[in-house]
Design a protein around this ligand. Structure first.
Ligand SMILES: [Zn+2]
Length: 363
């Protein structure tokens, strides 16, 4: 009787567990979807260590309580039932081949050097809300009505801190009284910027064109409009109004008779073309938040930078500090002309601080 009763040792229980595993694998292999054994095997392999831990725990308890053979058999049967119920809970197996594809999608181990996986739900995409876009478009209707603007509506722009919810491609203006005025190329602009350009064209550009040139302007040449960048393309500078589609750089004007007037060629010459450029530049200072021309810096020798930055007072080429420095310099210059008769002044004639960067960068 004693020999027939197996010793309830760890080895014996492990053997019982192994039997359960083997019988499960055998059952799975003969199941209707035997090809899906890979997934079942992973579930079973995961359960096996837990089984052995629990077996050891119960074995120690058994030695303390001197449980009888019936209890031991009941335990083994219950573990077998557990494993069988887990197998049945996995539900219908996917067709052969699919399981191996799914396993390939989710490798068991991450490759060495892989970046840590982000935690939590993915961040929302950067975009304007429908309410912001709708409000922007309603603002466009309000600003552009009555300005006879020719434009196309563009998709909202959002690039980090840059962009605007309701940009337009501003083609030009046509009021029926003047020849059509077009931009070349048409700038991407906020409607705030487009509104200011319309007011400037009607109240400043065309009247001065007729006064100085005897004909209206039919084309405005542009260099740059929307551009996600900092001022002067300098990373330590603040973000440019170009990054909000709130700025346009203008380099040239063409009259109805085909005459070209460019900022680079005609700003410093004497004559009507220069007078026209100076007049429309000064008129811009009354409308835009910022107006920069060739006097502001070398960066603007070939264009006017016009933007809609909100300021207490519009900035016209120079900040108040720069204007004070210029006034001071004018007072100092005569006393500092070298006695040798050289015509090179000891300080720059305009006394303005040099811009941070020279060259092709623009505001
Ligand atoms: Zn600019």
């Amino acid at each position: 009787m004693r020999q027939r009763e197996p010793q309830f040792t760890g080895t014996a229980v492990a053997r019982a567990a192994a039997l359960a595993v083997l019988s499960f694998i055998a059952a799975s292999a003969t199941a209707p979807h035997a090809g899906a054994w890979t997934q079942s095997f992973h579930g079973l392999a995961g359960a096996n260590p837990a089984l052995l831990i629990e077996v050891r725990h119960r074995f120690r308890h058994h030695r303390r309580s001197h449980s009888n053979r019936a209890k031991r058999e009941e335990f083994v049967q219950s573990r077998r039932a557990d494993l069988e119920s887990k197998s049945s809970m996995q539900g219908p197996q996917p067709p052969a081949g699919q399981a191996s594809k799914e396993a390939a999608k989710e490798p068991m181990e991450k490759p060495a050097g892989a970046a840590p996986e982000p935690m939590g739900p993915p961040p929302p995409p950067e975009r304007w809300t429908a309410a912001e876009v709708e409000a922007g478009r309603m603002d466009c209707v309000r600003r552009l009505s009555g300005l006879h603007a020719l434009f196309g509506q563009l998709d909202p722009i959002k690039e980090g801190a840059c962009g605007t919810p309701a940009p337009i491609r501003l083609l030009g203006f046509e009021n029926g009284r003047e020849p059509k005025l077009v931009f070349s190329p048409p700038p991407t602009a906020s409607c705030k910027m487009a509104e200011a350009l319309g007011r400037w064209a009607e109240a400043v550009l065309q009247p001065y064109a007729k006064a100085h040139l005897g004909q209206p302007i039919v084309q405005i040449g542009t260099l740059s409009s929307y551009n996600c960048r900092s001022r002067y393309d300098d990373p330590v500078q603040r973000i440019s109004q170009h990054a909000y589609a709130n700025a346009v750089d203008i380099s040239e004007f063409i009259t109805a008779k085909g005459e070209h007037i460019s900022v680079l060629d005609h700003w410093n010459e004497s004559g009507e073309r220069s007078a026209f450029l100076h007049a429309i530049h000064d008129g811009a200072c009354e409308i835009f938040g910022t107006t920069l021309g060739p006097d502001a810096s070398d960066s603007h020798k070939n264009h006017f930078h016009l933007d809609m930055k909100e300021r207490r007072r519009p900035l016209c080429d120079f900040t108040p500090e720069q204007l004070r420095a210029r006034e001071e310099a004018k007072k100092r210059v005569p006393a500092k002309v070298p006695a040798s008769g050289s015509d090179t002044p000891a300080v720059p004639a305009d006394g303005t601080p040099k811009p941070r960067r020279q060259g092709n960068t623009v505001e």
